[in-house]
Write a protein that binds this ligand. Structure first.
Ligand SMILES: *[C@@H]1O[C@H](CO)[C@@H](O)[C@H](O)[C@H]1NC(C)=O
Ligand SMILES: *[C@@H]1O[C@H](CO)[C@@H](O)[C@H](O)[C@H]1NC(C)=O
Ligand SMILES: *[C@@H]1O[C@H](CO)[C@@H](O)[C@H](O)[C@H]1NC(C)=O
Length: 238
C-alpha cells in the first residue's frame, strides 16, 4: 500500500495514487467549450457518479440542509459561495459513495480552490486522478456564439453554420423574429473567456504538475468526444 505524503508545515500534501482503481474525474473547459455536452456523453457511456457542484448546491438549498442554510443567504445576495462551503458540499456527496467512479464538474475553478479540495480529498484518500481539460479555439467559440440565434417563446435554437433557419432571421414554425441571448454578445463573451483563463490557467498548471491533466482539443463536441472515449475506455476495462 502506498503511503500518503503528509506535510508538517501545513503546505499542500502531494496527492499519492490511491490503491483502488476508481476513476475520480474532474472536467474543466471554458464557457462555450461544450462541458455540459461532454459530461452528459461521458455519463451516458461510463459508470461515473456525477457531482455537479451547482446542482449539489441548489439541492442543499432546496432541502434546507445545514449547509443549505449557510449558503442560501449568500446565493440570495448574488455572491460567490465561499470555497470552504463548496468543499463541504462535495464532501457530503462523497460520503454517500463507496468505491465508485465519479465525475466532478463546476468546482474547483481556481488554483486556490483546487488546493483546498485536494486537502479534503487527501484526507479521505480519494484524490482526483484525472482532469479532463476541453480545449476549443477561442475564435471557434466566439463564432459559435455569434452564430447562435434563439426563438424565445419556444426556446428553439438556431446556429447559422449548422442548422440555419429556412428564412434568415425568422423562426421556422412561427415566422416570428429570432433574437440573441443577452450573454451571446461576442464582446461580453470575450471578456468572460478572458476571466476564465486568468482564473483557470493556474488551476491547470497545478494539476499538470501533479501529472493528472489531460487536454482534448477540437473545434466541436463531436470532434472531441471520441478522443475522450478512447482515453477512458481502457481505464474502465479493468
Ligand atoms: C430551514 O430549517 C430551519 C430549522 O432547521 C428553519 O428555522 C428555517 O425556517 C428553514 N428554512 C426554510 C426556508 O424552510
Ligand atoms: C446548434 O444548435 C443545436 C440546437 O438546435 C445544438 O444541438 C447544437 O449543439 C448547436 N451546434 C453548435 C455548434 O452550437
Ligand atoms: C478548426 O477551426 C479553425 C478556425 O478557427 C480552422 O482553421 C481549422 O481548420 C478547424 N479544424 C478542423 C479540424 O475543422
Amino acid at each position: 500500500m502506498r503511503r500518503f505524503t503528509t506535510s508538517v508545515d501545513g503546505s499542500i500534501p502531494t496527492p499519492a495514487k490511491s490503491d483502488d482503481s476508481c476513476l475520480r474525474l474532474l472536467i474543466v473547459g471554458a464557457p462555450g467549450a461544450g462541458k455540459g455536452t461532454q459530461s452528459a456523453r461521458i455519463r451516458s457511456e461510463f459508470p461515473v457518479y456525477p457531482i455537479s457542484s451547482g446542482d449539489v448546491l441548489r439541492r442543499h438549498i432546496a432541502k434546507n440542509t445545514t449547509i443549505g442554510q449557510r449558503a442560501a443567504p449568500i446565493v440570495a445576495r448574488g455572491e460567490m459561495v465561499p470555497d470552504n462551503i463548496m468543499v463541504d458540499l462535495i464532501d457530503t456527496e462523497l460520503d454517500q459513495l463507496d468505491h465508485e467512479h465519479w465525475l466532478l464538474d463546476g468546482f474547483p475553478r481556481s488554483a486556490t480552490q483546487a488546493q483546498l479540495l485536494s486537502k479534503s480529498l487527501e484526507a479521505r484518500r480519494q484524490p482526483i486522478n484525472t482532469v479532463i481539460n476541453l480545449v476549443v479555439p477561442e475564435d471557434v467559440i466566439l463564432q459559435r456564439i455569434e452564430d447562435r440565434w434563439v426563438h424565445v417563446p419556444s426556446g428553439r435554437v438556431y446556429n447559422l453554420s449548422y442548422n440555419p433557419p429556412k428564412t434568415p432571421g425568422l423562426d421556422d414554425e412561427t415566422g416570428e423574429p429570432l433574437t440573441k441571448r443577452a450573454d451571446d454578445n461576442p464582446e461580453v463573451f470575450k471578456a468572460r473567456l478572458q476571466k476564465y483563463h486568468e482564473l483557470t490557467n493556474p488551476l491547470l498548471e497545478y494539476y499538470d504538475k501533479l501529472g493528472i491533466l489531460i487536454s482534448f482539443k477540437g473545434n466541436t463536441s463531436d470532434e472531441i468526444y471520441p478522443q475522450i472515449r478512447d482515453y477512458l475506455t481502457p481505464k474502465f476495462a479493468h
